[in-house]
Design a protein around this ligand. Structure first.
Ligand code: FAD
Length: 380
C-alpha cells in the first residue's frame, strides 16, 4: 500500500493551492457577503486548465486521474466553499455525464468548450416532488416530429444561470412494468421556453449559483437524448456516485480551513495568562478535528483511487461523502467555539465555514440517503 501522492498529483495540488491563495482566498469574504457568482474566477480556472484535469487528451483534457481532481477541489474549497462547490459541480455534474455517457456527436458538440472552461454545464435532477426520491420526477418530454417537447420545473440547480447547457431528467414514457421511464436530455439554455431564475437567499455557499428552471414547451432535437438511450435515469445515479467523492473533497477543504484558522487563533489568543492552545479542553477539540480530517481525507482518496482502478466505488463514495461532510459540520461548529465571540462575527469569516458545511450534508444525497445507500450495499 502506498500513501504517497505521485509527482503529477503533487503538482496539481500545489498549482491549485497557489491559484486559490492568489485569486480566490482574498475574495472569499466578499463572495460570501454579496452572494455573487465569481464569473472572472471561473474564466481564470478555465484558462489555467483546472476544468481539464480528469478528462482524456482525446477531448482536450489533461489526462489526469480522479485523485488529482479531488486534490484541486479540496484546495479551491479551502479558500472558498462557494467556488469549490461550483467548480466540482461543473466537472462532476456538468461535464462528466456527457463525457461518460454522451454519443460521439454530443461529445463533439459540447465537450471542447466545457473542458476548456469557455462554457459551463449543469445537472437538473431536483424538482418539487423529486428530492431525495429522484423517481418523483414530473417533468415530461414528449417526442413529436423528431423533437422532444419538454415541460416541467427544476429547482436548486447549481450553476444553471451561467450554463450553456443543462442535462435534465424527464419522463419519456413507461417501462415494461408500468413505471415512469426517466431519461436524460441535453437542453441548451438559449432554447425558447427555458427560463432560469436565481433569487434564493442561501444560508451558505452563497456565491455558488443556485437556480430554478422553468421549461415550457421547450423543443430540442431527439438527438439530445443523453447517450441516445431512453432510461437515462441510471446515468444520473452513476453520475451522483462519482459526484459524491467531490463533495467529500469539498468538505475536506471546508473542514481544513476551519481547523487551520482554529489552530492559529488558539496559539495567538491569551486568556488566564496562557494561550488557548495550552488548555486541554481546546487541545482536545483541535486533536479531534485533525484526526477526523485525516480520516476523511483517507476515505476521499480511497474512493477516488478505486474509481481510477475501474473497481466498484459507490459504497466508498458514500462513506467518503457522509463522513467528510459531517466532519466539516463538526469542524465548522468547533471553530466558532474556539474563536469565541470573534468567531461569531461575520466580518471575521469563521462562522462562514459552518454555514457552508451545512450544504455538504444535504446536496448530492443527504446524510440520511448516504446511510440508506451504504445499508443497501451491506445487503439490508
Ligand atoms: C445549494 C444547493 C445546490 C444544489 N444543486 C443541485 C444540482 O446542481 N442539481 C440537482 O439536481 N439538485 C441540486 N440540489 C438539490 C439537492 O440534491 C437536494 O436538495 C437533496 O437531494 C435533498 O432533496 P430535498 O431538498 O428535496 O429534501 P427531501 O428529499 O425533502 O428531504 C428532507 C429530509 O428528509 C430526509 N429523507 C428523505 N427521504 C428519506 C428516507 N427515505 N429516509 C430517511 N430520511 C429521508 C432527508 O434526508 C432530509 O433530511 C441542490 C441543493 C442545494 C441546497
Amino acid at each position: 500500500m502506498d500513501f504517497e501522492l505521485s509527482e503529477e498529483q503533487r503538482a496539481v495540488k500545489e498549482k491549485a493551492a497557489q491559484f486559490a491563495e492568489k485569486y480566490i482566498k482574498p475574495r472569499a469574504l466578499e463572495i460570501d457577503k454579496t452572494g455573487e457568482f465569481p464569473v472572472d474566477i471561473f474564466k481564470k480556472l478555465g484558462e489555467e486548465g483546472f476544468m481539464k484535469i480528469p478528462f482524456s487528451e482525446e477531448w482536450g483534457g489533461a489526462g489526469g486521474d480522479t485523485l488529482s481532481y479531488m486534490l484541486a477541489v479540496e484546495e479551491i474549497a479551502k479558500a472558498c466553499a462557494s467556488t469549490g462547490l461550483s467548480y466540482a459541480a461543473s466537472i462532476s455534474l456538468g461535464i462528466s455525464p456527457i463525457y461518460n455517457f454522451g454519443t460521439k456527436e454530443q461529445k463533439e458538440k459540447w465537450l471542447p468548450d466545457l473542458i476548456s472552461g469557455k462554457k459551463l454545464a449543469s445537472f437538473g435532477l431536483t424538482e418539487v416532488m423529486a428530492g431525495s426520491d429522484a423517481s418523483g420526477t414530473e417533468t415530461t418530454a414528449v417526442l413529436e416530429n423528431g423533437e422532444y417537447v419538454i415541460n416541467g420545473q427544476k429547482r436548486y440547480i447549481t450553476n444553471a444561470s451561467y450554463a450553456s447547457v443543462i442535462l435534465v431528467t424527464a419522463i419519456t414514457g413507461e417501462t415494461a412494468n408500468g413505471r415512469k421511464r426517466i431519461s436524460g436530455i441535453l437542453v441548451p439554455t438559449d432554447t425558447p421556453g427555458v427560463t432560469i431564475k436565481s433569487d434564493y437567499d442561501k444560508m451558505g455557499v452563497r456565491g455558488s449559483d443556485t437556480a430554478e428552471i422553468n421549461l415550457e414547451d421547450v423543443r430540442v432535437p431527439a438527438e439530445n437524448l443523453l447517450g441516445g438511450k431512453e432510461d437515462g435515469y441510471k446515468f444520473f445515479m452513476q453520475t451522483l456516485d462519482a459526484g459524491r467523492i467531490s463533495i467529500g473533497a469539498n468538505s475536506l477543504g471546508v473542514a481544513s480551513a476551519a481547523f487551520e484558522s482554529s489552530l492559529d487563533y488558539s496559539k495567538k489568543r491569551n486568556q488566564f495568562g496562557n494561550s488557548l492552545s495550552k488548555f486541554q479542553a481546546i487541545q482536545f477539540k483541535l486533536a479531534d478535528m485533525a484526526m477526523e480530517i485525516e480520516l476523511a481525507r483517507n476515505m476521499v482518496h480511497k474512493a477516488a483511487w478505486l474509481k481510477d482502478q475501474g473497481k466498484p466505488f459507490a459504497k466508498e463514495a458514500s462513506f467518503a461523502k457522509l463522513f467528510a461532510s459531517e466532519t466539516a459540520v463538526r469542524a465548522g461548529n468547533e471553530a466558532i467555539q474556539i474563536h469565541g465571540g470573534y468567531g461569531y462575527m461575520r466580518e471575521n469569516g469563521v462562522e462562514r465555514h459552518l454555514r457552508d458545511a451545512k450544504l455538504l450534508v444535504i446536496g448530492e444525497g443527504t446524510s440520511e440517503i448516504q446511510r440508506i445507500v451504504i445499508a443497501k450495499h451491506l445487503g439490508c
